[in-house]
Write a protein that binds this ligand. Structure first.
Ligand SMILES: Cc1cc2nc3c(=O)[nH]c(=O)nc-3n(C[C@H](O)[C@H](O)[C@H](O)COP(=O)(O)OP(=O)(O)OC[C@H]3O[C@@H](n4cnc5c(N)ncnc54)[C@H](O)[C@@H]3O)c2cc1C
Length: 383
Protein backbone atom coordinates (compact mmCIF):
# COMPACT_ATOMS: atom_id res chain seq x y z
CA UNK A 1 0.00 0.00 0.00
CA UNK A 2 1.66 3.29 -1.02
CA UNK A 3 2.30 6.08 1.49
CA UNK A 4 2.86 9.61 0.16
CA UNK A 5 5.46 9.26 -2.51
CA UNK A 6 8.20 11.52 -3.83
CA UNK A 7 7.70 12.48 -7.45
CA UNK A 8 10.43 14.73 -8.95
CA UNK A 9 11.54 15.65 -5.43
CA UNK A 10 8.04 16.69 -4.33
CA UNK A 11 5.81 14.71 -2.03
CA UNK A 12 2.90 13.24 -3.95
CA UNK A 13 -0.40 12.64 -2.21
CA UNK A 14 -1.87 9.15 -2.58
CA UNK A 15 -4.29 8.89 -5.48
CA UNK A 16 -7.75 7.70 -4.52
CA UNK A 17 -10.35 6.89 -7.17
CA UNK A 18 -13.96 6.71 -5.98
CA UNK A 19 -16.52 5.02 -8.22
CA UNK A 20 -19.94 6.58 -7.60
CA UNK A 21 -20.83 9.76 -5.73
CA UNK A 22 -24.13 8.73 -4.16
CA UNK A 23 -25.00 8.78 -0.47
CA UNK A 24 -21.85 6.92 0.51
CA UNK A 25 -19.36 8.04 -2.15
CA UNK A 26 -19.98 11.68 -1.20
CA UNK A 27 -19.27 10.99 2.47
CA UNK A 28 -16.05 9.14 1.68
CA UNK A 29 -14.83 11.74 -0.85
CA UNK A 30 -15.44 14.69 1.48
CA UNK A 31 -13.41 13.03 4.21
CA UNK A 32 -10.40 11.94 2.18
CA UNK A 33 -10.00 15.03 0.02
CA UNK A 34 -7.50 16.81 2.32
CA UNK A 35 -5.03 14.01 2.78
CA UNK A 36 -5.35 12.41 -0.65
CA UNK A 37 -5.76 13.42 -4.25
CA UNK A 38 -9.30 12.24 -4.88
CA UNK A 39 -10.86 11.60 -8.28
CA UNK A 40 -14.57 10.80 -8.12
CA UNK A 41 -16.54 9.45 -11.03
CA UNK A 42 -20.28 9.78 -11.11
CA UNK A 43 -23.00 9.43 -13.70
CA UNK A 44 -24.79 12.63 -12.61
CA UNK A 45 -23.65 16.13 -11.63
CA UNK A 46 -25.62 15.99 -8.38
CA UNK A 47 -26.20 13.83 -5.34
CA UNK A 48 -29.54 12.09 -5.86
CA UNK A 49 -30.02 10.38 -2.54
CA UNK A 50 -31.65 7.00 -2.09
CA UNK A 51 -33.20 8.13 1.18
CA UNK A 52 -36.77 9.03 2.11
CA UNK A 53 -38.36 7.85 -1.10
CA UNK A 54 -41.94 8.32 0.14
CA UNK A 55 -41.31 12.02 0.69
CA UNK A 56 -39.62 12.20 -2.69
CA UNK A 57 -42.97 11.44 -4.37
CA UNK A 58 -45.39 13.27 -2.14
CA UNK A 59 -43.35 16.31 -1.12
CA UNK A 60 -40.65 16.62 -3.80
CA UNK A 61 -39.77 20.24 -3.09
CA UNK A 62 -38.81 19.67 0.53
CA UNK A 63 -37.14 16.33 -0.37
CA UNK A 64 -34.96 18.14 -2.93
CA UNK A 65 -33.63 20.56 -0.32
CA UNK A 66 -31.70 17.81 1.42
CA UNK A 67 -31.55 14.94 -1.02
CA UNK A 68 -31.01 16.39 -4.50
CA UNK A 69 -27.91 18.50 -4.20
CA UNK A 70 -25.62 19.56 -7.08
CA UNK A 71 -22.02 18.66 -6.24
CA UNK A 72 -21.02 22.29 -6.77
CA UNK A 73 -22.77 23.14 -3.54
CA UNK A 74 -20.59 20.83 -1.41
CA UNK A 75 -17.72 22.91 -0.04
CA UNK A 76 -15.79 19.79 0.84
CA UNK A 77 -15.90 18.51 -2.73
CA UNK A 78 -13.97 21.55 -4.02
CA UNK A 79 -10.69 19.66 -3.77
CA UNK A 80 -12.10 16.56 -5.44
CA UNK A 81 -11.54 16.12 -9.17
CA UNK A 82 -14.99 15.15 -10.38
CA UNK A 83 -15.59 13.37 -13.65
CA UNK A 84 -19.09 12.91 -14.98
CA UNK A 85 -19.26 9.52 -16.65
CA UNK A 86 -19.35 5.77 -16.03
CA UNK A 87 -16.59 3.43 -15.13
CA UNK A 88 -16.72 0.76 -17.80
CA UNK A 89 -13.88 -1.53 -16.70
CA UNK A 90 -11.47 -1.96 -13.83
CA UNK A 91 -8.05 -3.59 -13.96
CA UNK A 92 -7.57 -4.51 -10.31
CA UNK A 93 -4.11 -6.00 -10.90
CA UNK A 94 -2.93 -3.00 -12.91
CA UNK A 95 -4.53 -0.44 -10.51
CA UNK A 96 -6.51 1.44 -13.15
CA UNK A 97 -10.06 2.07 -14.32
CA UNK A 98 -11.44 2.96 -17.72
CA UNK A 99 -14.10 5.67 -17.80
CA UNK A 100 -16.56 6.73 -20.46
CA UNK A 101 -17.08 10.44 -19.91
CA UNK A 102 -20.42 12.15 -20.51
CA UNK A 103 -19.05 13.60 -23.78
CA UNK A 104 -18.37 10.09 -25.07
CA UNK A 105 -14.56 10.08 -24.75
CA UNK A 106 -12.79 7.29 -22.90
CA UNK A 107 -9.98 7.80 -20.45
CA UNK A 108 -7.89 5.70 -18.07
CA UNK A 109 -7.26 6.73 -14.44
CA UNK A 110 -4.56 5.10 -12.30
CA UNK A 111 -5.06 4.76 -8.56
CA UNK A 112 -3.28 3.86 -5.35
CA UNK A 113 -6.60 3.17 -3.63
CA UNK A 114 -9.89 2.33 -5.35
CA UNK A 115 -13.23 2.67 -3.55
CA UNK A 116 -16.33 1.16 -5.15
CA UNK A 117 -19.57 2.89 -4.11
CA UNK A 118 -21.69 2.51 -7.23
CA UNK A 119 -24.88 1.39 -5.46
CA UNK A 120 -27.63 -0.66 -7.03
CA UNK A 121 -30.62 -0.06 -9.31
CA UNK A 122 -33.94 -0.31 -7.60
CA UNK A 123 -36.95 0.22 -9.87
CA UNK A 124 -37.04 3.81 -11.12
CA UNK A 125 -35.46 5.19 -7.98
CA UNK A 126 -31.88 4.56 -8.85
CA UNK A 127 -29.95 3.70 -12.00
CA UNK A 128 -26.49 4.01 -13.53
CA UNK A 129 -27.33 5.98 -16.68
CA UNK A 130 -25.42 9.15 -17.46
CA UNK A 131 -27.90 11.95 -16.87
CA UNK A 132 -27.99 15.74 -16.45
CA UNK A 133 -29.82 17.47 -13.63
CA UNK A 134 -32.74 18.63 -15.80
CA UNK A 135 -33.48 15.03 -16.79
CA UNK A 136 -33.35 13.95 -13.14
CA UNK A 137 -35.75 16.76 -12.18
CA UNK A 138 -38.11 16.00 -15.08
CA UNK A 139 -38.23 12.31 -14.11
CA UNK A 140 -39.12 13.19 -10.52
CA UNK A 141 -41.82 15.62 -11.59
CA UNK A 142 -43.50 13.34 -14.12
CA UNK A 143 -43.84 10.41 -11.67
CA UNK A 144 -45.12 12.72 -8.98
CA UNK A 145 -47.72 14.29 -11.36
CA UNK A 146 -48.93 10.92 -12.60
CA UNK A 147 -49.50 9.71 -9.06
CA UNK A 148 -51.31 12.93 -8.17
CA UNK A 149 -53.82 12.35 -10.97
CA UNK A 150 -54.60 8.73 -10.00
CA UNK A 151 -57.65 7.71 -7.99
CA UNK A 152 -56.44 4.18 -7.20
CA UNK A 153 -52.76 3.42 -6.67
CA UNK A 154 -51.25 -0.05 -6.24
CA UNK A 155 -47.84 -0.30 -4.62
CA UNK A 156 -46.19 -3.69 -5.05
CA UNK A 157 -43.51 -4.64 -2.54
CA UNK A 158 -43.44 -4.55 1.25
CA UNK A 159 -39.86 -3.40 1.83
CA UNK A 160 -38.86 0.04 3.07
CA UNK A 161 -39.50 1.70 -0.28
CA UNK A 162 -42.97 0.23 -0.82
CA UNK A 163 -44.06 0.94 2.75
CA UNK A 164 -42.74 4.48 2.76
CA UNK A 165 -44.35 5.32 -0.57
CA UNK A 166 -47.71 3.72 0.26
CA UNK A 167 -47.98 5.40 3.64
CA UNK A 168 -46.97 8.85 2.38
CA UNK A 169 -49.43 8.62 -0.54
CA UNK A 170 -52.25 7.53 1.76
CA UNK A 171 -51.52 10.35 4.22
CA UNK A 172 -51.62 12.86 1.39
CA UNK A 173 -55.15 11.70 0.48
CA UNK A 174 -56.94 11.98 -2.87
CA UNK A 175 -56.41 8.33 -3.84
CA UNK A 176 -57.12 4.86 -2.53
CA UNK A 177 -53.76 3.23 -1.86
CA UNK A 178 -53.25 -0.55 -1.89
CA UNK A 179 -50.03 -2.17 -0.69
CA UNK A 180 -49.33 -5.72 -1.90
CA UNK A 181 -46.62 -7.76 -0.23
CA UNK A 182 -45.71 -11.42 -0.27
CA UNK A 183 -45.21 -12.15 3.44
CA UNK A 184 -47.63 -11.93 6.35
CA UNK A 185 -46.33 -8.53 7.41
CA UNK A 186 -44.37 -5.86 5.54
CA UNK A 187 -40.71 -4.94 6.21
CA UNK A 188 -38.79 -8.22 6.01
CA UNK A 189 -35.41 -7.92 7.73
CA UNK A 190 -36.78 -5.62 10.46
CA UNK A 191 -37.40 -6.71 14.05
CA UNK A 192 -40.81 -8.44 14.55
CA UNK A 193 -41.90 -5.56 16.84
CA UNK A 194 -41.16 -3.06 14.08
CA UNK A 195 -43.10 -5.14 11.58
CA UNK A 196 -46.19 -5.28 13.80
CA UNK A 197 -45.95 -1.55 14.45
CA UNK A 198 -45.76 -0.63 10.76
CA UNK A 199 -48.73 -2.89 9.97
CA UNK A 200 -50.80 -0.90 12.46
CA UNK A 201 -49.54 2.45 11.20
CA UNK A 202 -50.29 1.64 7.56
CA UNK A 203 -53.85 0.57 8.38
CA UNK A 204 -54.44 3.63 10.55
CA UNK A 205 -53.15 5.90 7.79
CA UNK A 206 -55.61 4.36 5.34
CA UNK A 207 -53.45 1.96 3.31
CA UNK A 208 -55.35 -1.15 2.21
CA UNK A 209 -53.02 -4.06 2.98
CA UNK A 210 -52.85 -7.21 0.85
CA UNK A 211 -50.49 -9.76 2.45
CA UNK A 212 -49.58 -13.01 0.69
CA UNK A 213 -49.50 -11.50 -2.83
CA UNK A 214 -46.54 -12.22 -5.06
CA UNK A 215 -46.82 -10.39 -8.39
CA UNK A 216 -45.85 -11.83 -11.74
CA UNK A 217 -43.49 -9.40 -13.41
CA UNK A 218 -43.30 -9.45 -17.20
CA UNK A 219 -40.01 -10.88 -18.54
CA UNK A 220 -37.20 -8.39 -18.31
CA UNK A 221 -39.34 -5.77 -16.48
CA UNK A 222 -37.39 -4.30 -13.56
CA UNK A 223 -40.07 -2.04 -12.13
CA UNK A 224 -38.41 1.03 -13.62
CA UNK A 225 -41.67 2.70 -14.70
CA UNK A 226 -45.24 3.08 -13.51
CA UNK A 227 -47.64 0.63 -15.18
CA UNK A 228 -51.38 0.66 -15.90
CA UNK A 229 -52.23 -2.94 -16.78
CA UNK A 230 -53.92 -5.30 -14.28
CA UNK A 231 -51.43 -7.00 -11.95
CA UNK A 232 -51.36 -10.79 -12.10
CA UNK A 233 -50.40 -12.89 -9.08
CA UNK A 234 -48.19 -15.97 -8.84
CA UNK A 235 -50.09 -16.61 -5.59
CA UNK A 236 -53.26 -17.05 -7.69
CA UNK A 237 -55.50 -14.23 -6.44
CA UNK A 238 -57.72 -12.37 -8.95
CA UNK A 239 -55.83 -9.78 -11.04
CA UNK A 240 -55.91 -6.27 -9.57
CA UNK A 241 -56.43 -3.14 -11.67
CA UNK A 242 -55.36 0.27 -10.39
CA UNK A 243 -55.05 3.56 -12.26
CA UNK A 244 -51.33 3.39 -11.60
CA UNK A 245 -49.07 0.65 -10.26
CA UNK A 246 -45.79 1.53 -8.63
CA UNK A 247 -43.25 -1.27 -8.33
CA UNK A 248 -40.98 -1.54 -5.33
CA UNK A 249 -40.22 -5.21 -5.57
CA UNK A 250 -36.72 -5.04 -4.26
CA UNK A 251 -34.97 -6.87 -7.13
CA UNK A 252 -31.82 -4.83 -6.61
CA UNK A 253 -29.36 -4.93 -9.50
CA UNK A 254 -25.85 -4.03 -8.37
CA UNK A 255 -23.89 -1.58 -10.51
CA UNK A 256 -20.89 -3.85 -10.74
CA UNK A 257 -20.58 -4.95 -14.36
CA UNK A 258 -17.29 -3.05 -14.75
CA UNK A 259 -15.64 -5.48 -12.30
CA UNK A 260 -14.18 -8.94 -12.95
CA UNK A 261 -16.63 -11.74 -12.07
CA UNK A 262 -14.25 -13.31 -9.53
CA UNK A 263 -14.71 -10.41 -7.08
CA UNK A 264 -18.52 -10.68 -7.17
CA UNK A 265 -20.95 -12.99 -5.37
CA UNK A 266 -23.60 -15.01 -7.24
CA UNK A 267 -25.96 -12.02 -7.37
CA UNK A 268 -23.28 -9.64 -8.64
CA UNK A 269 -22.60 -7.78 -5.37
CA UNK A 270 -18.98 -7.09 -4.47
CA UNK A 271 -17.44 -9.51 -1.96
CA UNK A 272 -15.73 -7.75 0.93
CA UNK A 273 -14.00 -8.82 4.13
CA UNK A 274 -14.73 -7.48 7.62
CA UNK A 275 -12.69 -4.35 6.80
CA UNK A 276 -14.79 -3.70 3.65
CA UNK A 277 -11.77 -4.61 1.53
CA UNK A 278 -11.87 -6.89 -1.48
CA UNK A 279 -10.25 -10.22 -0.61
CA UNK A 280 -6.96 -10.46 -2.50
CA UNK A 281 -6.91 -6.73 -3.34
CA UNK A 282 -5.61 -4.80 -0.32
CA UNK A 283 -6.00 -1.40 -1.96
CA UNK A 284 -9.61 -1.86 -3.11
CA UNK A 285 -12.67 -1.26 -0.90
CA UNK A 286 -16.41 -1.52 -1.53
CA UNK A 287 -19.16 0.11 0.52
CA UNK A 288 -22.86 0.95 0.32
CA UNK A 289 -25.56 -0.95 -1.53
CA UNK A 290 -23.12 -2.55 -4.00
CA UNK A 291 -21.10 -4.27 -1.24
CA UNK A 292 -21.95 -7.77 0.06
CA UNK A 293 -20.97 -6.63 3.56
CA UNK A 294 -23.73 -8.39 5.57
CA UNK A 295 -26.99 -10.22 4.78
CA UNK A 296 -28.89 -6.91 4.42
CA UNK A 297 -26.04 -5.16 2.56
CA UNK A 298 -26.56 -2.33 4.96
CA UNK A 299 -23.14 -0.67 5.11
CA UNK A 300 -24.61 2.61 3.77
CA UNK A 301 -26.68 3.33 6.84
CA UNK A 302 -24.45 1.41 9.26
CA UNK A 303 -21.65 3.93 8.90
CA UNK A 304 -19.60 1.90 6.44
CA UNK A 305 -18.12 5.17 5.15
CA UNK A 306 -16.37 5.63 8.50
CA UNK A 307 -14.86 2.15 8.28
CA UNK A 308 -13.56 2.75 4.76
CA UNK A 309 -12.18 6.21 5.56
CA UNK A 310 -10.42 4.92 8.71
CA UNK A 311 -9.00 1.92 6.89
CA UNK A 312 -7.76 3.92 3.92
CA UNK A 313 -6.02 6.32 6.32
CA UNK A 314 -4.56 3.43 8.34
CA UNK A 315 -3.38 1.60 5.26
CA UNK A 316 -1.74 4.74 3.84
CA UNK A 317 0.16 5.18 7.10
CA UNK A 318 1.31 1.56 6.89
CA UNK A 319 -0.72 0.50 9.94
CA UNK A 320 -1.94 -3.08 9.96
CA UNK A 321 -4.65 -2.66 12.60
CA UNK A 322 -7.83 -1.86 10.71
CA UNK A 323 -11.38 -0.94 11.75
CA UNK A 324 -13.96 -3.72 11.54
CA UNK A 325 -17.40 -3.27 10.01
CA UNK A 326 -20.25 -4.57 12.16
CA UNK A 327 -23.93 -4.67 11.23
CA UNK A 328 -26.86 -5.33 13.56
CA UNK A 329 -28.97 -8.43 12.97
CA UNK A 330 -32.08 -6.41 12.09
CA UNK A 331 -32.45 -3.38 9.86
CA UNK A 332 -33.07 0.03 11.36
CA UNK A 333 -33.73 3.60 10.28
CA UNK A 334 -36.42 6.08 9.41
CA UNK A 335 -39.08 4.44 7.28
CA UNK A 336 -41.73 7.08 6.70
CA UNK A 337 -39.46 10.13 6.63
CA UNK A 338 -40.27 13.48 8.20
CA UNK A 339 -43.99 13.79 9.03
CA UNK A 340 -46.00 16.56 10.69
CA UNK A 341 -45.57 14.78 14.04
CA UNK A 342 -41.81 14.33 13.54
CA UNK A 343 -39.33 11.67 12.48
CA UNK A 344 -39.78 8.15 13.82
CA UNK A 345 -36.65 6.00 13.84
CA UNK A 346 -36.92 2.22 14.27
CA UNK A 347 -34.01 0.64 16.09
CA UNK A 348 -32.45 -2.81 15.46
CA UNK A 349 -34.17 -4.17 18.61
CA UNK A 350 -37.57 -3.05 17.32
CA UNK A 351 -37.92 -0.11 19.68
CA UNK A 352 -38.65 3.33 18.25
CA UNK A 353 -37.96 6.91 19.10
CA UNK A 354 -39.50 10.02 17.65
CA UNK A 355 -37.83 13.36 17.12
CA UNK A 356 -40.51 16.11 17.08
CA UNK A 357 -40.65 18.02 13.80
CA UNK A 358 -39.65 21.33 15.35
CA UNK A 359 -36.36 19.76 16.45
CA UNK A 360 -35.94 17.32 13.55
CA UNK A 361 -35.92 20.00 10.87
CA UNK A 362 -33.24 22.28 12.28
CA UNK A 363 -31.23 19.68 14.17
CA UNK A 364 -31.33 16.66 11.92
CA UNK A 365 -31.59 18.19 8.46
CA UNK A 366 -29.59 21.36 8.91
CA UNK A 367 -27.08 20.49 11.62
CA UNK A 368 -26.59 16.73 11.34
CA UNK A 369 -27.06 16.10 7.61
CA UNK A 370 -26.01 19.41 6.09
CA UNK A 371 -23.23 20.43 8.47
CA UNK A 372 -21.91 17.21 9.98
CA UNK A 373 -22.47 14.68 7.20
CA UNK A 374 -22.04 16.93 4.16
CA UNK A 375 -19.56 19.30 5.79
CA UNK A 376 -21.46 22.46 4.80
CA UNK A 377 -23.38 23.36 1.67
CA UNK A 378 -23.29 26.56 -0.35
CA UNK A 379 -26.60 28.25 -0.78
CA UNK A 380 -27.76 28.97 -4.21
CA UNK A 381 -28.51 27.72 -7.62
CA UNK A 382 -29.35 24.17 -8.42
CA UNK A 383 -26.79 23.89 -11.21
C1 LIG B 1 -25.90 8.10 6.80
C2 LIG B 1 -26.98 7.30 6.08
C3 LIG B 1 -28.21 7.09 6.70
C4 LIG B 1 -29.20 6.37 6.06
N1 LIG B 1 -30.40 6.20 6.66
C5 LIG B 1 -31.39 5.58 6.01
C6 LIG B 1 -32.70 5.47 6.60
O1 LIG B 1 -32.94 5.93 7.70
N2 LIG B 1 -33.67 4.84 5.90
C7 LIG B 1 -33.42 4.30 4.67
O2 LIG B 1 -34.32 3.74 4.05
N3 LIG B 1 -32.19 4.38 4.09
C8 LIG B 1 -31.19 4.99 4.73
N4 LIG B 1 -29.94 5.08 4.16
C9 LIG B 1 -29.57 4.20 3.04
C10 LIG B 1 -29.94 4.60 1.66
O3 LIG B 1 -31.29 4.48 1.44
C11 LIG B 1 -29.23 3.70 0.62
O4 LIG B 1 -28.76 2.54 1.21
C12 LIG B 1 -28.11 4.53 0.03
O5 LIG B 1 -28.71 5.50 -0.78
C13 LIG B 1 -27.13 3.73 -0.81
O6 LIG B 1 -26.05 4.58 -1.11
P1 LIG B 1 -24.94 4.16 -2.16
O7 LIG B 1 -23.94 5.28 -2.16
O8 LIG B 1 -24.46 2.79 -1.90
O9 LIG B 1 -25.68 4.12 -3.58
P2 LIG B 1 -26.30 5.33 -4.43
O10 LIG B 1 -26.73 6.44 -3.54
O11 LIG B 1 -27.29 4.69 -5.35
O12 LIG B 1 -25.05 5.89 -5.26
C14 LIG B 1 -24.40 5.20 -6.27
C15 LIG B 1 -23.90 6.21 -7.30
O13 LIG B 1 -22.99 5.57 -8.19
C16 LIG B 1 -23.30 5.96 -9.52
N5 LIG B 1 -22.83 4.90 -10.43
C17 LIG B 1 -23.39 3.70 -10.68
N6 LIG B 1 -22.64 2.99 -11.55
C18 LIG B 1 -21.57 3.76 -11.85
C19 LIG B 1 -20.43 3.57 -12.67
N7 LIG B 1 -20.23 2.45 -13.41
N8 LIG B 1 -19.51 4.57 -12.74
C20 LIG B 1 -19.68 5.72 -12.00
N9 LIG B 1 -20.75 5.95 -11.21
C21 LIG B 1 -21.68 4.97 -11.12
C22 LIG B 1 -24.83 6.08 -9.50
O14 LIG B 1 -25.29 6.84 -10.58
C23 LIG B 1 -25.02 6.79 -8.15
O15 LIG B 1 -24.86 8.16 -8.27
C24 LIG B 1 -28.93 5.81 4.78
C25 LIG B 1 -27.70 6.03 4.15
C26 LIG B 1 -26.72 6.78 4.79
C27 LIG B 1 -25.40 7.01 4.09
Amino acid sequence: MPKSQKVNGAQRKPLVVIAGLGDVGVLVATRLSRSCEVVAISTRPALVSGQELGNRLTDPSSWRRTYLVPYLRFRRLDRVRQLQGRIISADLDGDSVEIELSNGTRIIEQYDIFIIATGASNGFWRHDRIEDIETTEAGLASVSEELKAAKTIAVVGGGTTGVSVADNLARRGGAEVHLFHSGEQPLPGYHPKARSWITRVLSTDGVVLHPGHRAITPDGFTGDRLTHEPIEWATEQEPFKADVTLWAVGGMRPHSNFLPAEVLDDSGFVNVDEYLRLPGHENVFAVGDVAASDPHRSSARNWGFRVVVANVRAALKGRTKLKRYKAPEFRWGSILGLQPEGLTVVQPDGRRFRIPRWIAEPLLMRVFVTRYLYGGLRRGSRG
